[in-house]
Design a protein around this ligand. Structure first.
Ligand code: MN3
Length: 189
């Protein structure tokens, strides 16, 4: 995936996650918020021809190649594109392998969900709570601030939950905890 980046189609119908996530939130989140990251990234890269055949992952992992003036904006928007790609892709019932790995380490699904909720609640401001598998086989819950990505860990992302307010505010208002609980039930039941 390189410049010009395209907004991918949502891999399932917009209404398929109701009542956990309402259709309007899905439209705003995918068609407006995600699209804005894609559009902004393209706008930022437009003047820099030398960055236009570079993959999203490379841009995020090699900030030394980025122009000083636009470095932060490029990282924020490239991170937004990378995270939303994963977020929407993973916003479906998890596969059996992921569930087995969770049970192996955490023993009980409810216990694991509680840990994810605690971590998600402890993010100050915006970000993501994620379950990643490190190359050495260790499974860990990590928190990502704003549009930081897990790329630096070279880990496989198994779960990724957006806790920016735009992911829940229309339906859940300020109740991030209830959003987290319902999303975890959707992913892991
Ligand atoms: Mn989002």
């Amino acid at each position: 995936m390189t410049y010009p980046f395209q907004l991918p189609k949502l891999p399932y119908p917009y209404n398929s996650l109701t009542p956990t996530i309402d259709t309007e939130t899905m439209h705003y989140h995918h068609d407006k918020h995600f699209k804005t990251y894609v559009d902004n990234l393209n706008k930022l890269l437009e003047p820099y021809v030398y960055l236009q055949n570079i993959s999203l992952e490379y841009l995020l992992l090699n900030e030394r190649v980025l122009p000083f003036k636009d470095k932060t904006a490029i990282l924020n928007n490239a991170g937004g594109v990378y995270n939303h790609l994963l977020f929407f892709k993973l916003l479906q019932p998890a596969n059996k392998k992921t569930k087995d790995l969770i049970l192996q380490k955490y023993t009980s699904m409810d216990y694991f969900k509680d840990l994810m909720i605690q971590e998600g609640m402890s993010i100050f401001g915006s970000g993501y709570v994620s379950l990643v598998l490190f190359p050495n086989g260790s499974l860990n819950i990590i928190k990502l601030s704003n549009q930081d990505t897990s790329l630096k860990y070279n880990a496989k992302t198994l779960l990724l939950i957006d806790v920016w307010e735009h992911s829940y505010y229309l339906k859940y208002k300020n109740n991030r905890k209830s959003y987290l609980k319902n999303v975890l039930d959707l992913l892991l039941d």
